[in-house]
Design a binder for this molecule. Structure first.
Ligand SMILES: [Zn+2]
Length: 132
């Protein structure tokens, strides 16, 4: 199994594994598990930007002093965490249109019970903030 160490906040490690293991659903390309481990399907196009999304979750893990997986269970936090990660991913893809696409993902797959407009605005907010 191929593995690569990435660094978040310059000094904190994230372990990225290229494997089909631990990635549950068909639509998912990558997942963050066990706090600082990222699992990415090998051979997926745009892999770099999916890793960028997951590394955001690793940052959130460090930032919340490892409370991330527990906070993630609460829709309010899940929404914030995912909007931030999708904003990073949209920036990585280099097109603002992805904000629209990811807003749809967010309302479809994350059990959040929010409107498209709310999802779109939240991602766009992070997107504009990070792009500066
Ligand atoms: Zn995510």
């Amino acid at each position: 199994m191929k593995m690569k160490v990435y660094w978040v906040y310059k000094i904190l490690p994230a372990f990225v594994f290229f494997t089909e293991r631990f990635i549950p659903k068909k639509y998912q390309v990558a997942v963050t598990r066990f706090f600082i481990c990222v699992f990415v399907r090998p051979n997926h196009i745009h892999q770099k930007c999916f890793i960028e999304h997951e590394l955001t979750h690793v940052k959130q893990t460090y930032r919340t002093l490892f409370l991330f997986p527990f906070l993630y269970l609460i829709p309010y936090f899940r929404f914030m965490f995912e909007a931030e990660a999708y904003a990073r991913q949209a920036i990585c893809f280099g097109k603002k249109e992805y904000v629209h696409w990811f807003a749809q993902e967010l309302i479809k797959h994350y059990n959040l019970n929010i409107s498209y407009k709310k999802a779109y605005n939240k991602i766009l907010n992070y997107y504009n903030r990070f792009r500066r």
